[in-house]
Write a protein that binds this ligand. Structure first.
Ligand code: PMT
Length: 400
């Protein structure tokens, strides 16, 4: 389930070369379980035909107030029912009309009656986009409380290189989801660690673990969508940096410790999901360790890494909420409670690792939350994105 399930989305398409991307955006909304109605300007129909949008949305497209509709107030009905409106691509002409309340076609007239959140996705030639009048109109819409998604930069259809490209449909889709989420972490600063640490043995080998970063990144994404100002300190992973999150890449436990402690004072909530290597080679070599022909064994002496969470637990103030994770193969509750007490945590999220459905690498997780006040909460097996949201619900509840 996503934020868009069962929501009514109004997708406005205006006449830009990127109108074809609105087809993919529509498909993403439908796949997420949203109902979609499409509004098109006359010029949009010069780029993509109405039929494509009608077939994929399973609804008639509204493009003419007088000829398209079975009802003379269809546009009011659509505006009233909408949970979110997205104009993608939005041309300079439509932006100007919307900024000044001009209602001379189906799209601009419908938008005057809309009261739900609106996302405008400008897309045009760079000089047009940077034109003072266009920027002024975008400022007006933003001041009125509408959301503006900056265009991407790159080679445009007119062969100019610069800002003006409509962002990828999945990115717009993600931002629409964020727009609909309750901002219950607004202005809260959240410091999260994710992924593994890698401890070098020599320039080509290292000691690490199976963390993929999925759980920590899911929490970072969820916190950002809920209005949090998120800093993510991450070991090496293969996941795109979450949108709107400040990402700091590290390799070793020492580097992670340095970055977590440097960002600690400003944080309201600290969530330590990273799987930190407890030990590191005592004497990492600067040259590759060579294979010796007549020796079967190689001993590597390891030394303790600092316990970052324990250090944070000692420094944290009473206003800061500290969450740790416990990765266990057995005695989940006993080990988690010991870690919570030893590291001075407000909450610990305990998960069984080494299973095919929870813990490392999996898309799902099964977590039990334990709190300082002695209470606990079971999160059954579900997608890590959903686990992240429930975990944040509990952090907010305990902080109140
Ligand atoms: O990344 P994924 O593939 O999605 O997998 C998710 C996960 C299994 C890594 C995650 O859900 C999880 O359990 N993270 C904690 C892993 C871990 O190191 O657990 P631990 O029980 O060894 O450590 C307890 C806590 O102390 C953790 O919050 C850890 O970040 C912290 N710690 C541990 C050692 C150390 N030297 N410094 C630390 O800060």
């Amino acid at each position: 389930m996503t934020e868009l399930q069962n929501k009514n989305i109004l997708l406005g398409v205006t006449g830009g070369i990127a109108a074809y991307k609105a087809v993919e955006l529509l498909r993403l909304f439908k796949k997420a379980g949203a109902g979609v109605n499409v509004l098109m300007t006359d010029s949009a129909q010069k780029f993509v035909g109405k039929t494509t949008f009608e077939v994929l949305s399973e609804n008639p497209v509204l493009s003419d107030l007088f000829f398209d509709t079975e009802s003379s107030v269809k546009h009011i009905e659509l505006a009233t029912r909408a949970d979110a409106v997205i104009i993608a691509p939005a041309t300079a002409n439509t932006i100007a009309k919307l900024a000044h309340g001009i209602a001379d076609d189906a799209l601009s007239t419908t938008l005057l009656a809309v009261t739900c959140p609106v996302l405008i996705c400008p897309s045009m030639n760079t000089d047009m986009y940077q034109n003072i009048r266009v920027q002024r109109n975008l400022d007006i819409l933003e001041m009125d409380g509408w959301h503006i998604l900056d265009p991407d930069s790159g080679v445009l259809a007119c062969k100019t290189v610069g800002a003006g490209r409509l962002p990828d449909p999945w990115f717009i889709f993600d931002r629409v989801g964020a727009m609909l989420v309750k901002k219950d972490l607004k202005d809260k600063k959240i410091l999260i660690s994710a992924g593994p640490t890698v401890e070098p043995l020599d320039p080509v080998r290292f000691i690490s673990n199976h963390s993929s970063g999925k759980m920590g990144y899911a929490i970072a994404r969820a916190a950002e969508k809920r209005g949090g100002l998120v800093t993510l300190v991450s070991g090496p992973v293969n996941i795109d940096p979450p949108v709107g999150v400040e990402c700091i890449d590290v390799q070793t436990c020492e580097e992670m410790a340095m970055q977590m402690l440097a960002n600690l004072d400003q944080a309201d909530i600290i969530i330590k999901v990273a799987a930190v290597a407890d030990y590191k080679p005592i004497d990492p070599k600067t040259r590759k360790i060579k294979k010796k022909e007549n020796e079967n064994n190689l001993s590597i002496l390891l030394t303790n890494n600092p316990d970052i969470l324990e250090q944070i637990g000692k420094k944290k103030t009473s206003d800061q909420f500290l969450v740790g994770f416990a990765a266990e193969t057995d005695d989940l509750e006993k080990n988690a409670l010991l870690k919570m007490a030893k590291k001075n945590l407000d909450m610990i999220a305990a998960n069984i690792v080494g299973s095919s459905v929870s813990g490392f690498k999996t898309d799902t997780n099964k977590v039990k939350l334990f709190f300082k006040d002695g209470s606990s909460f079971d999160i059954p097996l579900m997608e890590k994105d959903k686990v992240a949201d429930i975990l944040i619900d509990h952090v907010i509840e305990k902080m109140e």
